[in-house]
Design a protein around this ligand. Sequence first.
Ligand code: DI6
Ligand code: FE
Length: 409
Amino acid sequence: MTERCDLLITNVHAATMDPSVSGAYGAVEDAAVAITGGRIVWLGPRRELPHCAADHNIDGEGGWLTPGLIDCHTHLVYGGHRASEFARRLGGESYTEVALSGGGILSTVRATRAASAEQLYRAAEPRLRALLAEGVTTVEIKSGYGLDLDTELKQLRTARRLSQHYPVAITTTCLAAHALPPEYEGRADEYIDLVCEEILPAVAREQLADAVDMFCESIAFSVRQCQRVIDCARGLDLPVKVHAEQLSRSGATAMAAGASALSVDHVEYISDEDVAAMAASGTVAVLLPGAYYTLRETQRPPVETLRAAGVCMALSTDLNPGSCPIASLRLMMNMGCNLFGLTPAEALAGVTRSAARALGMCCSRGALRPGLRADMVLWPMDTPDQLAYEIGALQPAQIFFGGRDVTAG
Ligand code: DI6
Ligand code: FE
């Protein structure tokens, strides 16, 4: 490290989440963290800090510094809401029954098509703000409520526009294969033609997506149809993610692992063979306990088997108007522990290091280590276990995005 730095934080403990630092959370107690040019340039025990003249000094007041949180699976740009379906489900109808009666995703497709780009943007802002207030610094946002070229582009552009006005990195994913639009009823293969021949090439041309996703489920698309989308994405040089085995076992996880997908998301119904395939391909399992909770599902993802196989487990909100209208990644950490059996350290890894991997971004973020972006949150807490345990009162003391203090006033 050079003799000067932009920012030096001391009187702080660091939950580095760096696997090369031993112990839970990769903790460095009584640490010093030096930042220059938006990146971490030095991190270690304060007593080992080389001489460093900093432009700014921050006293961490004995709190803990974590990586900025990463929400790696959201659908946060959409029109309307589905409060009436919530009431129907409480009355005993299932998510699938609501979807098959023309509600569900298609209800949001109607509202999203009808909304102007400005209306979509304004509707998305409070959801994004709620995440940012919790220390989230990277958010993935999917399309998939357009299901036609113009509306898919409108959603993706809106997602990108949010990052121009808020201190957050936004990655976008094209989920055109989310549901069958009504104008293609009975012609799913023809809709997949549209996705592969028009929508994905146009999205790639405009560089509007960082990845391609699809919903492989009996109420959406088959493994064969999803395989076509995967082949198309690969031809366009875009990485793949798959919504799989949420409501039933389809075999999509094996297909996704075979295609070296970045992640398979939901995974409630995966088999032991699916877990082995994910371990072999390095595909991340993205757990979405908020959807499980909202839909009052009873089939838990096989966390013990995933852990034993060494599959990386990320945690995310799945923020969407149907199966998880909950804009809180911290609550997902709590649910990941209480509902799925994660440890608090696994929950924090799930929204930092593993979430970065699920986005193909672990070279730039997800841990506190020299060379990585200085996306960091300072928490006034005694132990990082409090992050999954305590909801509501424990708020970030300071949030840094690329080394800049962006704490909301
Ligand atoms: N799985 C989900 O969790 C969301 N989409 C999907 O394929 C739910 C989308 C919705 O209900 O609007
Ligand atoms: Fe989803």
